[in-house]
Write a protein that binds this ligand. Structure first.
Ligand SMILES: [Zn+2]
Length: 146
């Protein structure tokens, strides 16, 4: 089923024009799928979920590796074993994006909780004043006892 079927394969890449053998699933020059089948809505949907799943499994591998074997992902990625993991830079950008979106969504709530009002400032001043008054009252007594 789908666009990868043998009956849809062409003798030439539709993207770059490289001559292809019917046994080649993808163009050996540019990597495009060797298929002459016209795209349908179901092809788009199938491709979307296939891409999502491919990214998701890499994402799952990366996240599991980060938490169970710290450092192994970086080491293996550096050694060239990149296909099983999500691109770290893309992963970083995705996680950052999610973080900023979540900050934005919760900003309204946290803002009202941390907002310092004039009343709070006045209370704080009163407390400070009462503390300094107490200290001033106590200090002459302490001098007498010394
Ligand atoms: Zn090509």
């Amino acid at each position: 089923m789908g666009r990868k079927d043998l009956k849809y394969r062409g003798s030439e890449c539709l993207n770059c024009g490289t001559a292809l053998d019917i046994s080649e699933k993808f163009c050996h020059h540019c990597g495009q799928l060797n298929s002459t089948k016209k795209l349908t809505i179901s092809d788009f949907i199938e491709e979307f979920f296939a891409n999502f799943y491919a990214y998701d499994s890499r994402l799952r591998n990366s996240i599991i590796s980060i938490f169970t074997k710290p450092g192994v992902l970086a080491k293996e990625f550096n050694e060239g074993k990149r296909h099983t993991y999500a691109n770290p830079f893309r992963l970083f950008l995705s996680v950052s994006l999610l973080l900023f979106i979540s900050f934005n969504l919760t900003e309204g709530d946290s803002d009202s909780n941390t907002k310092i009002t004039e009343k709070d400032l006045n209370k704080e001043r009163q407390i400070k004043d009462s503390i300094t008054n107490q200290i001033l009252k106590q200090s002459p007594n302490q001098k007498k006892t010394m």
